[in-house]
Write a protein that binds this ligand. Sequence first.
Ligand code: SF4
Length: 535
Amino acid sequence: MNSKDRGKQIEFLPAEELGVKDIPAGVDRRGFLMRYAVVGSAAVIAGCSTSGQGQKAAAASPPQKEANMSPALEVVKKSKGPVMTTVEEFYKVGPGPSSSHTIGPMRITYNFYQRCLKLPADQLSKVTGLKVHLYGSLSATGKGHGTERAALAGVIGKEPATVDPLFLDSLRDNPDQRFPVKMGDKTFNVSLKDIIYDAPKGDFPHPNTMTCKLMGGDNVIFEQEYYSVGGGFIEWKGYDPPKKGQPKYPYSTMKELLAHADRDKLSVAQVVLANEVTVSGKSEAEVNAFIDKIATVMVAIVKSGLSMPPGVLPGPIKLKTKAGDVYKRAMEDQYEKQRGIGVVSAYALAGSEENARGHLVVTAPTGGSAGVLPAVVYALGEGGRRLPKEKIRDGMLAAAAIGYLCKHNATLAGAEGGCQAEIGVASAMAAALIAQAHDMPNLVVANAAESSLQHHLGMTCDPVAGYVQVPCVERCAFGAVKAWTGFMIASNEIATNRRVDFDTTVSAMALTAKEMNSKYKETSEGGLAVSVVLC
Ligand code: SF4
């Protein structure tokens, strides 16, 4: 079946077959409910509480509504044309812990702040304040992601790539701080009280919807609705994507990408680089310099995470950090072959713990999965194989193609597709990176990514207490190790014998995302989030 037919199959599935049941099919209803009762009883006996969201979910909750997305969103529409994403849009530097709940909201409020500055003087003369409303998943799990702090930072003119994470920490430690905002002749104060956790459920155009309002007393002077659509990408009502050049090698599937590469005898990385130049208008040297900079940031993130003294991550889970210990023990392991797994895991833990601290990370493709690619970049470079930077750069380009295709034909947001869309895609990107950096044939690059993505299909997003820590931190380590496994399998089999191709697995991810109960899409209302007892 070709990719076109696969698309048709998804499109024509009867709606009732795609409906969401309150209790998953195949799960005994009585057992399911008893399990909640047992968790609740254990909490009472132990004098502990289940995570906040878990308590809500344990109560009789109404049937879950599937998180639909408006067909007007560019993120939905663009699956019709070729991939147009560029590395500068894709690999974004910003504070953790979540690209969709931290970097996206900060970019949104910064965008709103910039728009407000351009309003006519007579409108600005009436301004008295500003309000930001968070809806859907942003409301359900935003507190655990520091969404309100990120949104406030944007409102006062701070950008994700340059914000000092210590500033965000200070907002957490002193939440009553007020900051002056100057617009035109008026100056008014804003604080975290102006960021409002509004309805977690409703008929929103996107699961991560926000509205920003410039106020004049009780009147709204200017309002804009925004969407944080995953990976730090943002859109707004009436969004018109920026004008770009046409890709030299238009593709919307891996099959099309490989056809270009085979015909012109190019690697996957070379196809992506050629498109970067024609789509962005930048020179090859500029694109390469950007990628080198991102790889350097990734290395710095791993080093920073490894050097942190043992402690606990912020938030109610009190999760102990372990990157440094895992690294030390791995290096001492008497079985040399086991060291590799331990070291790669430690690198990924280092990156994901930095994310959980709210320190700077690179979306690859998201904040929650931001430990995976840096682990592989560091392991291939100065933390291990010491491959030249040109090889790692090629790997980063091939990894970008995997991320682009997953974004284009499925999703990168846990709020839309569960964790398969975050750690699964990160692992697939990392597998392609390893294969490309070792100059593997194009089909091996694609197969490595396919293998890694395949074995994340169906993975849910159920962060405990809404914090990007459990399961996210360790999941990055598994994602990095599975990337190596995917590479090892793909590079040791006859590539043309592989029975599942990358596009098929991306389609399967999209279908799984569509059918996944919304409890498992970053709402903290299912899975681990309602099972773990916090003391
Ligand atoms: S469970 Fe996965 S998708 Fe959900 S927040 Fe954690 S890393 Fe992201």
